[in-house]
Ligand binder design. Sequence first.
Ligand code: ATP
Ligand code: MG
Length: 565
Amino acid sequence: MRQQTFFSPTMRDVPADAEAISHQLMLRAGLMRQTAAGIYTYLPLGTRVLHKIQAIIREELNRAGAQELLMPAVQPAELWEESGRLDDYGPELMRLNDRHERRFVLGPTHEEVITSIVRDGIHSYKRLPINVYQIQTKYRDERRPRFGLLRGREFIMKDAYSFEPSEEALAHTYEVMYDTYMKIFRRCGLDFRAVEADAGAIGGTGGTHEFMALADIGEDTIAYSDRSGYAANIEIAAVRPPDDTEEGTPAALSAENGYTSGEAAATAAGQPTSAVITGRLFYIDEVPVLILTRGHHEISDVKVGNHFDTLDVEVASDTHVQELFGTSSVYIGPVEAPSNVKVVADQAIRPLVNAVCGGNQDETFYANVDHRRDFDIDAFADLRMIQEGDPSPDGEGTIQFAEGIEVGQVFSLGTKYSEALGAQFLDENGKSVPMQMGCYGIGISRTLAAVVEQHHDEDGIIWPKALAPFDLHLLVINPKDEVQQTLGDNLYEALQTEGYDVLYDDRKERAGVKFKDADLYGMPIRIAAGKKANEGIVEVKDRKTGEVTEVQAENLPAYLNDIGW
Ligand code: ATP
Ligand code: MG
């Protein structure tokens, strides 16, 4: 491709709201442009990288036995009513009406469409299992679209769905897909981890793993062991139960007045923050529940939802807290709490003997609270976020944190959708049973951004070989010099004949501009025909190390071959 007419407009001043480095670099290097909030146009340079990612995905999935198809983005709302997700999915689901006022949605995911098709087409165990995938544009009206391609409202996803005759068959496909994802993200040059995760709104009974590209901008936190392979999203990372040795000997309950925080009341009573019991009021399936954690711990909403087996978990508003407790959320506690409020405690509270908690009146706390003596607990459970330094749940090593970008997720769905949509088949005994399902997603546009997050320096992008938009970037330093120009032209032809995809900077620009753009675009190998062109010598620069090697032009193919290009 000759750069003179290559449509890749660079941008000098990126908008202030482009916080993520990948967002900035993709705008600056002309990989994409924003068309509306969270909605982007992929320019030729960006499109080339997307195609490379897609080619890797297709190759690995086809090898794993999955078959490509393509479903519509526009889906009838009735299908979503059938699965129950028309309401459950909430405002993220983009909805529209056609000219006859028939209701449609723009697909954020495709369980409904594919399940309805498989339901109508497959009736016997003899046709199972099947595994299908598509690469397609998805729509989610995200509350906070941000970080460029990392969280868009229109984005490109690979989604796969498998239909299985048994739980064992599903477990097998899940493993195959997990391994396939490991290969895909490795080939994309990502530094990533597969972590245990929460199934969230998509539901399902089996396991699920997220694939996290490590990057500070990531919106997820991963808890991993410094000694074993354990890694999980902190939302669900299991905390080891405390040993139940009582922490002290019970003392008489006392009221502490005139304090505005549990910590202050604890200090006055000569107790540490870890002795404070914090109460937070939730409405869970519309029932008021006071969740208790120790002062130095943080509640995991996801664990709370999983404990109650619901997604309907809402933190009570200040008004509701006032109505029920007659005081603000700072002072609420389990001692003499309203009788219609359920009390559920994190397991770390069990060994606590002399605790400090809210007194259910303004500026009032209790000290020396003993949960066995002073109030009733409906249940103890693991409800807090794991913390750095906690023992790893598998018993090996200590927990550390890292930030991650979720680039993919695999789910073992079980029969949630097949039951809702009636995808049944006759098993070997002639009995009609629901199909077992798995679903498997990769955020392709997000993966592109994650790669840029990990592969850049202050001058621009540094593409991993497998994803570089072009194999080589060829430059003529001074196009007015006929020798340089001729050498460049000849090399452009010769390298293409060798099978390389070459971006040829034949522009009438100053050398400085060309070098700057080349660094910004980030092709891993840059070849420049400059002053030594009259000796037939070109400069080959490794974008990553900055190392420059002089090579005789006729030896260039052999040299590239030697360095594994
Ligand atoms: P998140 O938690 O980041 O909102 P999700 O868990 O809702 O994502 P999935 O339903 O698992 O997303 O979708 C599969 C993949 O699609 C994700 O792993 C992610 O890579 C990608 N993806 C999801 N939402 C977006 C988005 N708004 N923009 C870009 N990619 C996305
Ligand atoms: Mg996900």
